[in-house]
Design a protein around this ligand. Structure first.
Ligand code: HEM
Length: 497
């Protein structure tokens, strides 16, 4: 999924007559079309009120469209080839940009997502060791265990908020993989799976959970709430709580780093890797950097996966996809029999994977990616100024009828074909551009947690399918871009199998 570095079908020469690349092209090019006639306030309100609708409607101006909002310039890119140009072929011309960095500054979270240049490269090379297939295999049982623990708590007929439940699930699984910490409640364990000789750090896990909750409340109030109209010198209650929780998590990580470095307590978690590892340039991460990375990974890996699982459960419960549901159940029964899924089952859980992929097509957790050119440049012949935020319109491209038939319909079958033995397999179609689907981004900065997330989606879905059916109580959802594309509360009734 958009991992490889390909040569893009760039629609303009990447070198000028003198063989120079990049900024020299800035002199040419006209500004992209867009809703220029409208007062700036209209675009600001349009985007703030309903960003997804705004990004869909701006496509009427073409695949490269310009608007102004919040006193800034934006260019929306809705063509897969141009997305590939920005993320892959000419990625050295772009960085994440001021707009993204404001988020990192307000939350005071640093780490891989926000690092640039040599610093980013050093961090990425060290951190990617935590996401090799072997490491993910070692996290897989925890993902299943945490799903079992969650679902075993549900009784027949109970109405649960699946959005909240999935958020608890992915936070627990991530806390185990990142810190090797478990929450206090007794863990359900099955006879067919060995028990894990683990440290039992309930209080410590609660400290992580408090930080994540405080961060969610603070970022909501700061970016999506009434905070915009309050004087900025006045720390809000959410901010005070967030700062307190951050100080606690910093102290905890410092303590745990010292433990890992002192003894042979280091394990396969990300904290151990950072505490005992070295950057390729030979330096070691400081305790402060380690805290920053762990916070960043909690931020990037928790709600993203939770929302996809929520959308998948909700989409699967639609009245018109009974056939998908029964084939999914059949697949899980055939592959797993009377045990829970394991890492080794993943290649055989093709329908389960297709459900996850299709949920991310319709509701990508990050519905648009943002970049800024280092210097003025051109894209498809249009001039892009240096302080312009380029928005890669993932949500619009994932639902563009040029690449997708019935683009708004939930059809996992579009990802499946049959192998020579007649078994379902997931296959990328070659009749659409590669970047018609890019839920994990692309090029060198594609999601480092992609394999982790895909494994969790498949394992958690298959584990749930073995135990429960979920019926819709919430009939319609109104997704809103927040830290991740948030469906809001999604109530569903549990039917135990
Ligand atoms: C379904 C779940 C997920 C989705 C859809 C997702 C999506 C993405 C996307 C689109 C990007 C690229 C952003 C850009 O280019 O501007 C990204 C980057 C990143 N993701 Fe994920 N992500 C998911 C899960 C995770 C998990 C589980 C982790 C960690 C455990 C994680 C950690 C990161 C990090 C650290 C980056 C920054 C990589 C870099 O800049 O080198 N993500 N993710």
């Amino acid at each position: 999924m958009n991992e490889r570095r390909t040569t893009a079908d760039d629609r303009e020469p990447t070198t000028d007559a003198e063989g120079k690349t990049g900024p020299t092209r800035a002199a040419v090019g006209t500004p992209p079309p867009g809703p220029r006639g409208l007062p700036v306030i209209n675009s600001t309100l349009g985007f703030a009120r309903d960003p997804l609708e705004f990004l869909s409607s701006i496509r009427e101006y073409g695949d490269v469209a310009h608007y102004e909002a919040f006193g800034r310039e934006f260019v929306v890119v809705s063509d897969p080839g141009l997305v590939e140009t920005v993320l892959v072929a000419r990625d050295d011309e772009f960085w994440r940009g001021e707009f993204e960095h404001e988020f990192s500054e307000v939350l005071d979270v640093e780490g891989l997502f926000f690092a640039e240049g040599e610093r980013w490269r050093n961090q990425r090379l060290l951190l990617q060791n935590a996401f090799t297939p072997a490491r993910i295999q070692s996290y897989a049982d925890d993902m299943v265990d945490e799903t079992v623990r969650l679902v075993e708590d549900w009784s027949d007929g109970e109405v649960v908020d699946v959005r909240e439940a999935m958020s608890t699930l992915t936070l627990r699984a991530l806390t185990r993989s990142l810190f090797d910490l478990e929450y206090k409640e007794p863990r359900f364990s099955e006879p067919n799976r060995g028990s894990h000789p683990r440290s039992f750090g309930g209080d410590r896990a609660d400290c992580v959970q408090r930080w994540v909750q405080a961060m969610g409340a603070y970022s909501d109030s700061e970016f999506f709430g009434i905070r915009a109209v309050l004087p900025t010198w006045l720390p809000s209650r959410a901010e005070r709580e967030y700062r307190r929780a951050t100080a606690d998590v910093e102290a905890l990580v410092e303590e745990m780093v010292a433990e890992r470095r002192r003894s042979d307590a280091a394990g396969g978690d990300l904290l151990s890797l950072l505490a005992t590892g070295e950057y390729p340039n030979g330096s070691r991460p400081t305790a402060e950097e380690i805290t920053g990375q762990l916070q960043l990974f909690l931020l990037a890996g928790h709600e993203t996966t939770a929302t996809v699982l929520t959308y998948a459960c909700w989409l699967l419960a639609a009245a018109d996809v009974e056939d998908v549901r029964s084939r999914l159940e059949q697949e899980v029964t055939t592959v797993c029999g009377d045990r829970d899924p394991t890492f080794a089952d993943l290649p055989d859980l093709a329908i389960t994977e297709a459900v996850g992929r299709e949920a991310m097509r319709l509701y990508p957790p990050l519905p648009f990616l943002q970049r800024e050119p280092h210097e003025a440049t051109t894209l498809a012949g249009y001039r892009i100024g240096p302080a312009t935020t380029v928005q890669l319109n993932m949500y619009g491209i994932h639902r563009d009828e040029r690449w997708w038939s019935e683009p708004d319909a939930f059809r996992p079958d579009r990802w499946l074909s049959n192998d020579e033995d007649g078994r379902s397999v997931v296959a990328d179609r070659d009749d659409r551009p590669e970047y018609a689907y890019f839920p994990f981004g692309g090029g060198s900065r594609h999601c480092i947690g992609m394999r982790f997330a895909m494994a969790e989606l498949q394992l958690s879905l298959a584990t749930m399918v073995r135990r429960v059916d979920l019926e819709r109580v919430t009939e319609s959802i109104d997704p809103t871009p927040r830290v991740s594309l948030d469906p809001g509360p999604v109530e569903m009734r549990v039917r135990r199998r």
